[in-house]
Design a protein around this ligand. Structure first.
Ligand code: FAD
Length: 440
């Protein structure tokens, strides 16, 4: 029986395993998936989780529940020796060990890309995981509660100032959703007004959201300005030390919530594999999603797709001729990869991956959105409905779709959930406060 090892259980890894389960005949291959997390995360919903519009657990898909014919290992692949077809795994408990495989699928995704700006690593949150989205939600809600107890002044201003760095899709969605949450919460805080809340978006380029037309991006800027949010274009963050935000345009202010969304890079773990990577640290992949050497020959038994792979874009689009790192590609590449892997096992020819971008849709807070496909642009409420419609359906697994859409219906009836569970970070404090000290 062939042994297939999948590194990473995110979009690409999860869908590859899911499709392999369906395609493989009994006894044809044994599939193992390794991920430090027991779930795949539906990233497009992270901004809505941060804004209290979706319950956090609803946007993650438990691997064991949906990959019943796959061996799930909770751990991290730390290196791969493809010459010996061996991968080293660091499990979440127990000793590091090695496994043998016949085929390996590299699907470790991407990580936040930062620059050595003072204070960023210490002060900022990323927006790549469910835990970060939840922490951001708790922070903003908690800060409102704290600020309401304070007189006007420096500390209150700091608590009510939110900064997001990076005006790409994820950044703008996060920024706009947090603005929407803050505006919605004001009705519960008679002590605070909209003018007390400050929202700053920092973008190094002269525009936001490169995925939409310039005209649509101008609509976004106007919309954000009308909602009390400031976008600093052509501006870089120079320091975030101690929460004091300093910008290249000379402006500085204190901010208690700083979110970094200025780009991603391929997961550095791919550098610890004896497989070819390109100058941007991505696994070199072919249009059949097989790892390729510089001369274009295929490395037998090695496959790569998703954010950690440079896959040629046969539609002629993409950046530098390669597919851009997004979920649209990750899901479809995974499906083609599973099909091709089974074909190769059966001695058949793999097919080429080709997908024309369907367009982009973003949610910018309740009632606001943008959609762009070619020259067609839709903005405002209809685009927001399209955002919910598209992502409600794109959420993997019916049980998860029901949870997300069910939550939206509940919210329509009973309102947004603005509670925080920040104290879960120190759950033992309740118990310890009254626990008898241990006998000496
Ligand atoms: C906030 C946000 C919003 C987004 N919105 C959109 C959108 O609206 N539309 C869109 O098309 N795309 C969107 N994206 C991009 C999309 O989420 C990614 O392109 C997609 O997740 C890529 O899938 P992947 O499988 O390559 O990586 P991931 O889904 O990130 O999966 C990688 C997996 O590998 C695991 N892993 C990491 N290291 C190891 C290791 N050493 N060993 C084993 N496993 C490991 C990780 O835990 C993770 O589960 C968004 C991204 C973000 C962050």
């Amino acid at each position: 029986m062939a042994k297939i090892l999948i590194v990473g259980g995110g979009y690409t890894g999860f869908y590859t395993a899911f499709k392999l389960q369906k395609r493989l005949r009994r006894g044809e291959a044994e599939v193992t998936i390794v991920d430090p997390l027991p779930y795949m995360t539906y990233h497009p919903f992270l901004p809505e989780v941060a804004a209290g519009l979706i319950e956090a657990r609803h946007v993650i898909v438990p691997l064991r529940r949906h990959l019943k014919k796959t061996h799930v290992v909770q751990g991290r692949v730390i290196s791969v020796n493809h010459a010996k077809k061996t991968a080293t795994i660091e499990p979440s408990a127990g000793k590091t060990y090695s496994v043998k495989y016949d085929h390996i699928v590299i699907a470790a995704g991407s990580v936040s890309r930062t620059f050595p700006i003072p204070g960023v690593a210490e002060e900022a949150f990323g927006m790549k995981s469910i835990e970060e989205a939840l922490a951001v939600r708790d922070r903003i809600i908690d800060n409102f509660a704290k600020a309401a107890n304070l007189p006007k002044g420096k500390e209150r201003d700091r608590l009510l100032t939110v900064t997001v760095i990076g005006g790409g899709f994820a950044g703008i969605e996060t920024f706009a959703e947090l603005r929407s949450l803050a505006s919605a919460m004001l009705s519960q805080y008679p002590e605070l007004t909209i003018d007390d809340t400050k929202f700053h978006m920092i973008e190094a380029m002269s525009r936001v959201m490169p995925e939409v037309s310039l005209r649509t991006s101008h609509w976004v800027l106007k919309n954000l300005a009308s909602r009390g949010a400031t976008v600093h274009l052509d501006t870089q963050l120079t320091s975030a030390k101690g929460g004091k935000v300093e910008l290249s345009n000379g402006i500085s202010f204190e901010s208690d919530l700083i979110v970094w969304t200025a780009g991603v890079m391929a997961n550095p773990v791919v550098r610890d594999m004896d497989l070819p990577i390109d100058d941007r640290g991505r696994m070199q992949s072919s249009t059949t999603l097989q790892v390729t050497r510089n001369d274009g020959t295929i490395v037998a038994g090695a496959w790569a797709a998703g954010d950690n792979a440079a896959v040629p874009d046969l539609t002629g689009g993409g950046v530098g001729g390669m597919c851009v790192p997004n979920a649209q590609h990750a899901v479809r590449q995974a499906k083609t990869l599973a099909k091709n892997l089974v074909a190769v096992l059966r001695g058949e020819k793999p097919v080429e991956y080709k997908h024309k971008n369907l367009g982009s849709v973003a949610g910018l807070g309740v009632g606001y959105g943008v959609f762009q496909s070619g020259k067609l642009a839709i903005t405002g409420f209809p685009a927001w409905l399209m955002h919910r419609g598209y992502h409600g359906l794109a959420m993997p697994m019916w049980e998860r779709k029901f949870r997300v859409v069910g939550g939206w219906i509940m919210q329509f009836l009973v309102g947004r959930d603005t509670t925080t569970l920040a104290l879960r970070e120190t759950p033992k404090s309740y118990f310890r406060a009254y626990a008898s000290p241990s006998a000496k």
